[in-house]
Design a protein. Structure first.
Lengths: 160, 160
DNA sequence: TATTGTTATACTCTATAACTATA
DNA sequence: TATAGTTATAGAGTATAACAATA
Protein backbone atom coordinates (compact mmCIF):
# COMPACT_ATOMS: atom_id res chain seq x y z
CA UNK A 1 0.00 0.00 0.00
CA UNK A 2 2.64 2.48 1.02
CA UNK A 3 5.27 1.73 -1.57
CA UNK A 4 8.36 3.93 -1.50
CA UNK A 5 7.30 5.60 -4.73
CA UNK A 6 4.01 6.85 -3.34
CA UNK A 7 3.72 10.61 -2.87
CA UNK A 8 0.97 10.19 -0.32
CA UNK A 9 3.30 8.32 2.02
CA UNK A 10 5.91 11.08 1.83
CA UNK A 11 6.11 13.08 5.03
CA UNK A 12 6.98 16.22 3.11
CA UNK A 13 3.92 15.97 0.92
CA UNK A 14 1.64 15.17 3.84
CA UNK A 15 2.90 18.09 5.93
CA UNK A 16 2.78 20.47 2.98
CA UNK A 17 -0.73 19.49 1.98
CA UNK A 18 -2.16 19.79 5.48
CA UNK A 19 -0.34 23.04 6.19
CA UNK A 20 -1.60 24.61 2.97
CA UNK A 21 -5.13 23.48 3.71
CA UNK A 22 -4.95 24.88 7.23
CA UNK A 23 -3.47 28.21 6.14
CA UNK A 24 -5.96 28.60 3.32
CA UNK A 25 -8.92 28.38 5.68
CA UNK A 26 -7.25 30.06 8.65
CA UNK A 27 -6.38 33.08 6.51
CA UNK A 28 -10.10 33.83 6.21
CA UNK A 29 -10.61 33.47 9.94
CA UNK A 30 -7.92 36.07 10.68
CA UNK A 31 -8.23 38.17 7.54
CA UNK A 32 -8.55 41.47 9.44
CA UNK A 33 -5.79 40.66 11.92
CA UNK A 34 -2.42 42.30 11.15
CA UNK A 35 0.03 39.60 10.14
CA UNK A 36 -2.68 37.03 9.53
CA UNK A 37 -2.13 33.59 11.10
CA UNK A 38 1.29 34.61 12.35
CA UNK A 39 -0.07 37.74 13.94
CA UNK A 40 -2.26 35.40 15.95
CA UNK A 41 0.77 33.38 17.01
CA UNK A 42 2.50 36.55 18.14
CA UNK A 43 -0.52 37.45 20.26
CA UNK A 44 -0.52 33.97 21.76
CA UNK A 45 3.16 34.18 22.61
CA UNK A 46 2.68 37.61 24.12
CA UNK A 47 -0.26 36.37 26.19
CA UNK A 48 1.97 33.85 27.94
CA UNK A 49 4.45 36.56 28.75
CA UNK A 50 7.25 34.16 29.59
CA UNK A 51 8.60 34.25 26.03
CA UNK A 52 9.54 37.83 26.68
CA UNK A 53 11.83 39.45 24.16
CA UNK A 54 11.19 39.89 20.46
CA UNK A 55 14.12 37.70 19.54
CA UNK A 56 12.93 34.80 21.67
CA UNK A 57 9.46 35.09 20.17
CA UNK A 58 10.86 35.23 16.64
CA UNK A 59 12.92 32.08 17.12
CA UNK A 60 10.05 30.22 18.69
CA UNK A 61 7.79 31.18 15.81
CA UNK A 62 10.39 30.45 13.16
CA UNK A 63 10.62 33.94 11.67
CA UNK A 64 13.52 36.30 11.17
CA UNK A 65 13.93 38.98 13.83
CA UNK A 66 13.46 41.66 11.16
CA UNK A 67 10.11 40.13 10.26
CA UNK A 68 9.15 40.21 13.91
CA UNK A 69 9.77 43.97 13.88
CA UNK A 70 7.32 44.44 11.01
CA UNK A 71 4.74 42.16 12.61
CA UNK A 72 4.92 44.04 15.91
CA UNK A 73 4.80 47.40 14.12
CA UNK A 74 1.46 46.46 12.60
CA UNK A 75 0.07 44.87 15.74
CA UNK A 76 1.11 47.86 17.83
CA UNK A 77 -0.38 50.26 15.29
CA UNK A 78 -3.65 48.33 15.64
CA UNK A 79 -3.46 48.80 19.42
CA UNK A 80 -3.24 45.08 20.18
CA UNK A 81 0.24 44.94 21.74
CA UNK A 82 2.74 47.28 23.37
CA UNK A 83 6.52 47.21 23.51
CA UNK A 84 7.68 47.76 27.08
CA UNK A 85 11.33 48.23 28.00
CA UNK A 86 12.83 45.18 29.70
CA UNK A 87 13.92 46.26 33.19
CA UNK A 88 16.69 43.62 33.23
CA UNK A 89 18.14 44.44 29.80
CA UNK A 90 17.61 47.84 28.30
CA UNK A 91 18.39 46.58 24.81
CA UNK A 92 15.44 44.20 24.82
CA UNK A 93 11.72 44.90 24.62
CA UNK A 94 8.99 42.92 26.31
CA UNK A 95 5.86 42.44 24.24
CA UNK A 96 2.64 42.66 26.23
CA UNK A 97 -0.98 42.46 25.17
CA UNK A 98 -3.25 45.44 25.52
CA UNK A 99 -6.79 45.03 26.76
CA UNK A 100 -8.01 45.16 23.18
CA UNK A 101 -5.38 42.62 22.21
CA UNK A 102 -6.54 40.21 24.87
CA UNK A 103 -10.13 40.45 23.71
CA UNK A 104 -9.11 40.05 20.10
CA UNK A 105 -6.98 37.03 20.86
CA UNK A 106 -9.87 35.38 22.64
CA UNK A 107 -12.07 35.98 19.63
CA UNK A 108 -9.56 34.69 17.10
CA UNK A 109 -8.85 31.63 19.22
CA UNK A 110 -12.45 30.54 18.98
CA UNK A 111 -12.40 30.90 15.21
CA UNK A 112 -9.15 29.01 14.75
CA UNK A 113 -10.33 26.17 16.96
CA UNK A 114 -13.11 25.69 14.46
CA UNK A 115 -10.66 25.74 11.59
CA UNK A 116 -8.53 23.12 13.31
CA UNK A 117 -11.50 20.87 13.90
CA UNK A 118 -12.50 21.27 10.26
CA UNK A 119 -9.03 20.35 9.02
CA UNK A 120 -8.97 17.34 11.34
CA UNK A 121 -12.50 16.51 10.27
CA UNK A 122 -11.65 13.14 8.69
CA UNK A 123 -10.62 11.85 12.14
CA UNK A 124 -12.86 10.94 15.05
CA UNK A 125 -12.35 12.81 18.36
CA UNK A 126 -10.05 10.20 19.89
CA UNK A 127 -7.86 10.15 16.80
CA UNK A 128 -7.67 13.94 16.78
CA UNK A 129 -6.37 13.93 20.33
CA UNK A 130 -3.82 11.28 19.43
CA UNK A 131 -2.65 13.23 16.39
CA UNK A 132 -2.42 16.49 18.33
CA UNK A 133 -0.41 14.85 21.10
CA UNK A 134 2.02 13.17 18.71
CA UNK A 135 2.52 16.31 16.62
CA UNK A 136 3.07 18.38 19.73
CA UNK A 137 5.74 16.02 21.02
CA UNK A 138 7.59 16.11 17.69
CA UNK A 139 7.33 19.88 17.38
CA UNK A 140 8.52 20.58 20.91
CA UNK A 141 11.43 18.18 20.47
CA UNK A 142 12.52 19.68 17.14
CA UNK A 143 12.32 23.14 18.65
CA UNK A 144 14.95 22.06 21.13
CA UNK A 145 17.62 20.82 18.74
CA UNK A 146 18.10 23.51 16.08
CA UNK A 147 21.85 22.96 16.19
CA UNK A 148 22.81 19.44 15.17
CA UNK A 149 21.69 19.82 11.58
CA UNK A 150 25.29 19.34 10.46
CA UNK A 151 25.67 15.94 12.10
CA UNK A 152 22.40 14.88 10.54
CA UNK A 153 23.66 16.03 7.16
CA UNK A 154 26.77 13.89 7.49
CA UNK A 155 24.68 10.90 8.42
CA UNK A 156 22.56 11.45 5.33
CA UNK A 157 25.56 11.74 3.05
CA UNK A 158 27.19 8.61 4.41
CA UNK A 159 24.11 6.57 3.81
CA UNK A 160 24.63 6.65 0.06
CA UNK B 1 -1.64 21.47 30.36
CA UNK B 2 -3.02 22.55 27.02
CA UNK B 3 -4.65 25.83 27.89
CA UNK B 4 -6.17 27.75 24.98
CA UNK B 5 -3.43 30.37 25.24
CA UNK B 6 -0.61 27.90 24.69
CA UNK B 7 1.26 28.23 21.41
CA UNK B 8 2.44 24.63 21.59
CA UNK B 9 -1.13 23.37 21.44
CA UNK B 10 -1.86 25.44 18.31
CA UNK B 11 -2.15 23.29 15.22
CA UNK B 12 -0.71 26.06 13.07
CA UNK B 13 2.40 26.37 15.23
CA UNK B 14 2.88 22.62 15.41
CA UNK B 15 2.56 22.15 11.66
CA UNK B 16 4.79 25.12 10.92
CA UNK B 17 7.50 24.03 13.33
CA UNK B 18 7.63 20.46 12.07
CA UNK B 19 7.50 21.51 8.42
CA UNK B 20 10.36 23.97 8.88
CA UNK B 21 12.42 21.38 10.70
CA UNK B 22 11.79 18.82 7.98
CA UNK B 23 12.56 21.22 5.14
CA UNK B 24 15.70 22.50 6.83
CA UNK B 25 17.21 19.04 7.01
CA UNK B 26 15.70 17.71 3.79
CA UNK B 27 17.17 20.64 1.86
CA UNK B 28 20.63 19.30 2.60
CA UNK B 29 19.66 15.80 1.53
CA UNK B 30 18.49 17.07 -1.88
CA UNK B 31 20.79 20.06 -2.23
CA UNK B 32 22.02 19.07 -5.68
CA UNK B 33 18.58 18.11 -6.98
CA UNK B 34 16.89 20.74 -9.17
CA UNK B 35 13.90 22.13 -7.28
CA UNK B 36 15.08 20.75 -3.96
CA UNK B 37 12.46 18.89 -1.91
CA UNK B 38 9.78 19.71 -4.43
CA UNK B 39 11.87 18.45 -7.29
CA UNK B 40 11.86 15.15 -5.44
CA UNK B 41 8.08 15.23 -5.19
CA UNK B 42 7.85 15.84 -8.92
CA UNK B 43 10.04 12.82 -9.56
CA UNK B 44 7.86 10.75 -7.26
CA UNK B 45 4.71 11.84 -9.03
CA UNK B 46 6.26 11.13 -12.40
CA UNK B 47 7.37 7.69 -11.24
CA UNK B 48 3.78 6.70 -10.60
CA UNK B 49 2.82 7.83 -14.08
CA UNK B 50 -0.90 7.87 -13.36
CA UNK B 51 -0.81 11.55 -12.40
CA UNK B 52 -0.01 12.28 -16.00
CA UNK B 53 -0.28 15.89 -17.07
CA UNK B 54 1.66 18.82 -15.65
CA UNK B 55 -1.49 20.49 -14.40
CA UNK B 56 -2.63 17.44 -12.46
CA UNK B 57 0.79 17.13 -10.89
CA UNK B 58 0.89 20.81 -10.00
CA UNK B 59 -2.47 20.66 -8.24
CA UNK B 60 -1.54 17.54 -6.34
CA UNK B 61 1.70 19.12 -5.19
CA UNK B 62 0.09 22.45 -4.33
CA UNK B 63 2.07 24.61 -6.73
CA UNK B 64 1.01 26.95 -9.50
CA UNK B 65 1.13 25.53 -13.01
CA UNK B 66 3.68 28.18 -13.98
CA UNK B 67 5.95 27.00 -11.16
CA UNK B 68 5.59 23.47 -12.47
CA UNK B 69 6.92 24.67 -15.81
CA UNK B 70 10.08 26.03 -14.17
CA UNK B 71 10.53 22.90 -12.06
CA UNK B 72 10.24 20.64 -15.10
CA UNK B 73 12.56 22.87 -17.15
CA UNK B 74 15.31 22.35 -14.57
CA UNK B 75 14.62 18.65 -14.10
CA UNK B 76 14.57 18.08 -17.86
CA UNK B 77 17.77 20.09 -18.31
CA UNK B 78 19.36 17.78 -15.73
CA UNK B 79 18.23 14.80 -17.76
CA UNK B 80 15.99 13.39 -15.04
CA UNK B 81 12.59 13.69 -16.76
CA UNK B 82 11.18 14.06 -20.25
CA UNK B 83 8.03 15.72 -21.52
CA UNK B 84 6.21 13.37 -23.89
CA UNK B 85 3.19 14.45 -25.92
CA UNK B 86 -0.06 13.03 -24.59
CA UNK B 87 -1.53 10.84 -27.34
CA UNK B 88 -5.07 11.51 -26.12
CA UNK B 89 -4.76 15.32 -25.85
CA UNK B 90 -2.16 17.11 -27.89
CA UNK B 91 -2.28 20.15 -25.62
CA UNK B 92 -1.07 18.17 -22.61
CA UNK B 93 2.34 16.73 -21.82
CA UNK B 94 3.04 13.51 -19.95
CA UNK B 95 6.01 13.66 -17.60
CA UNK B 96 8.08 10.50 -17.54
CA UNK B 97 11.27 9.62 -15.71
CA UNK B 98 14.46 8.93 -17.63
CA UNK B 99 16.72 6.09 -16.59
CA UNK B 100 18.93 8.57 -14.78
CA UNK B 101 15.86 10.06 -13.11
CA UNK B 102 14.77 6.68 -11.82
CA UNK B 103 18.19 6.00 -10.33
CA UNK B 104 18.34 9.45 -8.83
CA UNK B 105 14.89 9.12 -7.32
CA UNK B 106 15.87 5.84 -5.69
CA UNK B 107 18.92 7.49 -4.19
CA UNK B 108 17.07 10.54 -2.89
CA UNK B 109 14.33 8.37 -1.46
CA UNK B 110 16.78 6.59 0.79
CA UNK B 111 18.13 9.90 2.07
CA UNK B 112 14.74 11.41 2.74
CA UNK B 113 13.59 8.31 4.58
CA UNK B 114 16.43 8.97 6.99
CA UNK B 115 15.40 12.60 7.33
CA UNK B 116 11.84 11.56 8.10
CA UNK B 117 12.97 9.09 10.73
CA UNK B 118 15.16 11.79 12.27
CA UNK B 119 12.31 14.29 12.42
CA UNK B 120 10.03 11.66 13.94
CA UNK B 121 12.85 10.65 16.27
CA UNK B 122 11.03 11.60 19.48
CA UNK B 123 8.45 8.90 18.78
CA UNK B 124 8.86 5.17 19.05
CA UNK B 125 8.25 3.04 15.92
CA UNK B 126 4.63 2.26 16.71
CA UNK B 127 3.85 5.92 17.34
CA UNK B 128 5.54 6.91 14.08
CA UNK B 129 3.31 4.54 12.16
CA UNK B 130 0.26 5.92 13.93
CA UNK B 131 1.26 9.50 13.18
CA UNK B 132 2.00 8.74 9.53
CA UNK B 133 -1.32 6.99 9.08
CA UNK B 134 -3.33 9.79 10.70
CA UNK B 135 -1.51 12.52 8.77
CA UNK B 136 -1.99 10.65 5.53
CA UNK B 137 -5.71 10.30 6.09
CA UNK B 138 -6.08 14.02 6.82
CA UNK B 139 -3.93 15.03 3.85
CA UNK B 140 -5.72 12.79 1.36
CA UNK B 141 -9.10 14.02 2.61
CA UNK B 142 -8.17 17.70 2.40
CA UNK B 143 -6.85 17.14 -1.09
CA UNK B 144 -10.32 16.07 -2.09
CA UNK B 145 -12.28 19.10 -0.90
CA UNK B 146 -10.49 22.19 -2.26
CA UNK B 147 -13.84 23.79 -3.07
CA UNK B 148 -15.99 24.31 0.01
CA UNK B 149 -13.69 26.90 1.58
CA UNK B 150 -16.48 29.47 1.30
CA UNK B 151 -18.97 27.48 3.35
CA UNK B 152 -16.31 26.98 6.01
CA UNK B 153 -15.63 30.69 6.05
CA UNK B 154 -19.30 31.42 6.69
CA UNK B 155 -19.36 28.94 9.52
CA UNK B 156 -16.35 30.64 11.06
CA UNK B 157 -17.87 34.09 10.80
CA UNK B 158 -21.16 33.02 12.31
CA UNK B 159 -19.47 31.53 15.32
CA UNK B 160 -18.53 34.96 16.67
C1' DT C 1 33.43 42.54 21.41
C1' DA C 2 28.77 40.61 21.33
C1' DT C 3 23.72 41.24 21.31
C1' DT C 4 18.87 43.51 20.74
C1' DG C 5 16.28 45.91 17.78
C1' DT C 6 15.62 48.91 13.66
C1' DT C 7 16.05 50.30 8.90
C1' DA C 8 17.12 49.97 4.02
C1' DT C 9 18.22 47.09 0.42
C1' DA C 10 18.32 42.97 -2.34
C1' DC C 11 16.80 38.59 -3.30
C1' DT C 12 13.67 34.55 -3.77
C1' DC C 13 9.49 32.75 -4.44
C1' DT C 14 4.99 32.96 -6.19
C1' DA C 15 1.12 34.74 -8.58
C1' DT C 16 -0.93 37.47 -12.64
C1' DA C 17 -1.55 38.36 -17.33
C1' DA C 18 -0.83 37.69 -22.08
C1' DC C 19 0.22 34.48 -25.62
C1' DT C 20 0.24 29.87 -28.51
C1' DA C 21 -1.65 25.54 -29.50
C1' DT C 22 -5.03 22.59 -29.17
C1' DA C 23 -9.93 21.02 -27.76
C1' DT D 1 -15.33 29.35 -25.88
C1' DA D 2 -12.40 26.78 -22.75
C1' DT D 3 -8.09 24.38 -21.47
C1' DA D 4 -2.70 22.95 -21.23
C1' DG D 5 1.40 24.92 -21.34
C1' DT D 6 4.77 28.74 -21.82
C1' DT D 7 6.67 33.29 -21.07
C1' DA D 8 7.30 37.89 -19.06
C1' DT D 9 6.14 40.90 -15.55
C1' DA D 10 4.80 42.33 -11.06
C1' DG D 11 4.06 41.44 -6.39
C1' DA D 12 4.56 39.41 -1.64
C1' DG D 13 7.47 37.55 1.45
C1' DT D 14 11.99 36.90 3.20
C1' DA D 15 16.74 37.43 4.14
C1' DT D 16 21.15 40.38 4.21
C1' DA D 17 23.74 44.16 5.71
C1' DA D 18 24.56 48.34 8.05
C1' DC D 19 23.31 50.99 11.91
C1' DA D 20 22.27 52.60 17.01
C1' DA D 21 21.91 51.42 21.74
C1' DT D 22 23.25 48.53 25.32
C1' DA D 23 25.68 44.56 27.55
Amino acid sequence: MTSPSNVESDLGWVLGTITRSYLRIAAQAVADLPGGPRGYQVLTSAARGDAGTQLAMAQHLGVDRTVMTYLLDDLEKAGLVERKPDPADRRARRVVLTEAGTARLCDVERRLRRVEEHVLGPLDPAERDTLRALLQRVAVATGDERTDACSVAEEIQNSC
